[in-house]
Write a protein that binds this ligand. Structure first.
Ligand code: AMP
Length: 404
């Protein structure tokens, strides 16, 4: 059976999934796995499509010293033990810069172009590109597709796409891109089934995971996002601060003597829920902590979501529905309830029983604004894009858009 491999490579872990291509392009998840502890204590864990365990094994550090080596270990396991030889590979690539408004078949020229965006996503882009390069040189005929977190937002109006800085910087690529686009695109595709009467309307979708953002959607298209140039902006996240006066960065440099890379590490790793609480970046731990700073961090998270919802409602000139997704949005009954309270002025009334049982629609039947919980599936989105592109192969140049 034909299969598609989906790869989501980070700095110390590579997540992968295998989808079987069934009749009429339908995709069935077959394997879900990850190599983590890359460069420290490599470990391969994998389960089947129904969650049945397939592998949990440790490797010596030299077997998976970096991301490409870890990919090779996972690839050998898939090939030798599961007899899986994918017909194509879809990659999550965080930044498509101004060029890519949709997924693209990868060749060397595309890789060179994507390398230009390393400075826009220094903690993600290099790791996303590493396995692409390795596969390109080891399996040059294997089709690979890059799917971008920024692409879904590329049709924003110029007003939403700009900062109030000289135009030259915008031309260079300093823009408000927005992220989590694969998640929002999946939700946009699900909405006609989940909420057919309003799917075409004005929706706010809250992707609340260890990274968090919200997207204003009109007729299933993104019109505004809480994230901007990098994935640091907007809501408070596990370890990122969200919206921050740039003056704070100047203060860190001038008064604290921090270098650019110190500031970068600080903003990506030490702020957000972790920095505020001093307890954890993990919402589950904060919810069970007795520490008042943990409670404060949760209050802050909820408060900022309420503020940003107001901003997105203004962008949409009103809303017709609200959607929760990702780890916190899909699982935390109490955070959803607290956010819903902040949305009461917009016309949201939650149904506590439906919320507690994680129903798809968690608002009361008389709530003016319906509220939904829709589990996201970025990997399925990547697999679908990959399959669509290889079935309809065009040259990468034809797929390239908005070359600045
Ligand atoms: P994600 O990045 O989408 O995997 O989401 C990770 C975040 O979801 C972490 O902050 C987790 O603590 C949080 N999360 C997952 N399950 C729950 C839960 N049952 N209650 C509260 N937070 C949760």
């Amino acid at each position: 059976m034909d299969t598609i491999l989906v790869v989501n490579a980070g700095s110390s872990s590579v997540k992968f999934q295998i989808f079987a291509v069934e009749g009429e392009g339908a995709l069935r998840r077959q394997v879900k796995g990850q190599m983590d502890g890359i460069g420290s204590r490599p470990r391969l864990r994998a389960s089947g499509g129904t969650g049945d365990p397939l592998a949990d094994r440790a490797y010596p550090i030299e077997a998976a010293a970096d991301v490409p080596a870890a990919m090779a270990v996972a690839g050998a396991w898939l090939r030798d033990e599961l007899n899986i030889n994918p017909i194509a590979v879809g990659h999550r690539v965080v930044h498509g810069g101004p060029d890519y408004a949709r997924p693209v078949l990868i060749d060397h020229a595309v890789v060179t172009r994507l390398e230009r965006y390393i400075s826009l996503a220094p903690l993600h882009q290099p790791h996303n590109l590493a396995p692409i390069r390795t596969l390109l040189s080891n399996f040059p005929t294997l089709p690979q597709v890059a799917c971008f977190d920024t692409a879904f937002h590329r049709d924003h109006d110029a007003l939403a796409d700009h900062y109030a800085i000289p135009h030259q910087l915008h031309a260079e690529g300093v823009r408000r891109y927005g992220f989590h686009g694969l998640s929002y695109e999946y939700i946009a595709k699900r909405l006609p089934q989940v909420a057919p009467d309003i799917a075409d309307g004005r929706m706010i979708v809250a992707h609340l995971g260890s990274g968090a953002s919200m997207c204003a959607m009109k007729s299933g298209k993104s019109v505004e996002s809480t994230m901007g140039f990098t994935a640091l902006d907007g809501l408070a996240m596990g370890t990122r601060p969200g919206q921050l006066d740039p003056g704070v960065v100047l203060y860190l440099i001038a008064e604290k003597g921090m270098s650019a890379s110190n500031v970068q590490n600080f903003l990506y790793r030490d702020c957000g829920l972790k920095g505020l609480s001093g307890v954890s970046n993990d919402m589950r731990e904060l919810e069970t902590s007795e520490d008042p700073r943990a409670a404060f961090a949760i209050d802050y998270f909820v408060y900022r979501i309420g503020l940003n919802a107001g901003m997105l409602a203004a962008a949409l000139q009103g809303i017709d529905g609200f959607v929760f997704t990702a780890g916190i949005g899909e699982n935390s009954v109490s955070i959803r309830a607290r956010i819903a309270e902040k949305l009461a002025w917009l016309g949201v009334t939650l149904d506590p029983a439906e919320n507690a049982r994680h129903a798809t629609r968690i608002s009361r039947s008389d709530s003016r604004i319906p509220v939904y919980v829709v589990p996201t599936d970025e990997e399925l989105m990547i697999a679908q894009h990959t399959l669509a592109l290889i079935m309809n192969r065009q040259s990468p140049n034809q797929k390239r858009e908005r070359v600045s």
